[in-house]
Design a binder for this molecule. Structure first.
Ligand SMILES: *[C@@H]1O[C@H](CO)[C@@H](O)[C@H](O)[C@H]1NC(C)=O
Ligand SMILES: *[C@@H]1O[C@H](CO)[C@@H](O)[C@H](O)[C@H]1NC(C)=O
Ligand SMILES: *[C@@H]1O[C@H](CO)[C@@H](O)[C@H](O)[C@H]1NC(C)=O
Length: 455
């Protein structure tokens, strides 16, 4: 940063509005990249907008990354006074989407009055297509942040064309997706919801508008690295004004100090290289009961040691006696320091829902995957893992059955192909490390991003 007087004055007048999508694992990566930027530009004002609930989980009072130039504002969540949950888990999300963008506009207006600084840049979750209009209205820049992978983003850009090709016929036909660069074996059923299924729903509508709006962005920033899939990167790059791969965020942004309250790492130390099966379906998914039973039975039968980060209640949800019978080689914990675990040499494979953050964790850890995708971009990630990068397999028929799990474990843990997958993922890991290292593409792009947002 140059320190001339004029420039400091300019920096003091800059006001960056950050608009987070307050559900799932969206807001946390946005917070980490914004912290990185805000840290580099202490004289620029950052206003962070999210719901009260999300704010409370993102910024705890004992925040080790507290930055004086980031201020949080609570955005109305769109729920009526005295709202009683209907039991439909997506309802709060749908109501929130319905309340956008008005709920943001009001609070952004308040922040402008309070700070006496007009917004000079909007950094938003890429979902927020209306960032393009807000930025136009306020003569500001717009930098959407896409927290998933480049391949999923491409399908949202090409949604109209994909709908045209597939028509009403949603049967799997890889020929139909051939026009999309970089997807050799894509099937209709791999596409995220909202592309050809459920197109008029809140997500379908939002993602469709997003795909149309992104070319208007000053720069599209993404949690990936440019060598991950060069064909798709080039395609996106040709569609947007500027595509900035600035990931993996886990390597380019400050990470919280991890706690290992259940002593997972000490437990891993007791095991041989590549011998442990690590299982996690992310922070919100619990597989249906029959799949949990199939998984427990497979773990009992396969004989591999396993470490399972399990969100539910093990006593209630596992087969009777399973925990006792596997105690000698199994460890089940409510929370696990995933990245540290995946970096540990004992871990041989990760059974995952293949959410993007977990896929990147596995790449950085160099651990092949068995995927059991559930929704969103997970199915497409699983397809890329198996068919494009060859760094893992999907469970057969997409569900956890005893047969499909045992087959996946045999393949990844004990076969020649499994060793090939490990080699491939270690190569990807090395290119990720190179990208974030000195003069690497992600490191350079991050500098460009900081310049765009804070100048
Ligand atoms: C921020 O502004 C102060 C003056 O108020 C200046 O001394 C400092 O160098 C500036 N920091 C950066 C990184 O520009
Ligand atoms: C956001 O949450 C933090 C932590 O709970 C709290 O200290 C802060 O006041 C909240 N911000 C607003 C604007 O409510
Ligand atoms: C990065 O680039 C600079 C300038 O070209 C060079 O001096 C330096 O050695 C490079 N660093 C690495 C790690 O390649």
């Amino acid at each position: 940063m140059s320190n001339s007087k004029g420039e400091i004055n300019v920096q003091k007048s800059l006001h960056v509005a950050v608009l987070a999508f307050p559900f799932g694992t969206h807001a946390a990566p946005l917070v980490s990249i914004v912290r990185k930027i805000a840290e580099e530009a202490p004289n620029v004002t950052f206003s962070f907008f999210s719901t009260k609930k999300s704010n409370a989980t993102l910024f705890s009072s004992s925040d080790e990354f507290h930055l004086p130039n980031i201020k949080h504002y609570d955005v109305p969540d769109g729920l009526p006074e005295g709202y009683v949950p209907s039991g439909h888990p997506l309802e709060p999300i749908f109501r929130f989407i319905k309340a956008m963008p008005e709920n943001y506009k009001i609070v952004v207006g308040e922040a402008v009055i309070e700070t006496e600084k007009k917004i000079t840049c909007f950094v938003t979750d890429a979902f927020y297509w209306f960032g393009a209009d807000l930025a136009d209205e306020m003569n500001a820049k717009w930098v959407p942040v896409w927290t998933a992978g480049p391949h999923a983003l491409l399908t949202h850009f090409y949604t109209d064309l994909i709908r045209e090709k597939f028509g009403n016929n949603k049967v799997d036909d890889v020929e139909k997706a051939k026009f999309l660069p970089g997807f050799p074996e894509l099937e209709a059923s791999d596409l995220p919801e909202g592309v050809i299924e459920d197109i008029d729903g809140p997500f379908g509508t939002m993602l469709h508008k997003m795909g149309q709006a992104l070319p208007r962005a000053t720069a599209v920033s993404i949690n990936s690295f440019s060598t991950l899939h060069s064909i798709i990167e080039n395609e996106l790059n040709s569609k947007f004004k500027l595509l900035l791969n600035v990931g993996p965020f886990i390597l380019t942004t400050p990470q919280r100090t991890i706690s290992d309250e259940h002593d997972c790492l000490a437990w891993l130390n007791k095991h041989e290289s590549f011998s442990v099966v690590y299982i996690s379906f992310g922070s919100s998914i619990i597989p249906p009961p029959h799949e949990l039973v199939a998984l427990a039975e497979s773990l009992e039968e396969c004989g591999f040691p396993f470490l399972w980060a399990f969100r539910g209640n093990p006593e209630e949800q596992f087969p009777k006696g399973f925990i006792e019978r596997t105690r000698a080689r199994g460890k089940i914990v409510a929370w696990a320091p995933q990245m540290e675990i995946l970096k540990h040499s004992s871990v041989g494979v990760c059974l995952t829902h293949s959410g993007w953050n977990s896929v990147l964790d596995c790449i950085v850890g160099g651990v092949p995957m068995i995927s059991r995708p559930f929704f969103g971009d997970q199915k497409m990630n699983a397809r890329m893992i198996e068919s494009v990068w060859e760094i893992g397999v999907r469970v057969e028929n997409g569900v956890l059955s005893k047969e499909s799990i045992l087959k996946g474990l045999e393949l990844t843990m004990s076969s020649e192909r499994g060793r090939f997958m490990r080699k491939n993922i270690v190569k990807l890991k090395e290119s990720a490390l190179e990208a974030v290292g000195e003069n690497g593409t992600s490191a350079k792009n991050l500098n460009t991003l900081i310049q765009i947002v804070t100048r």
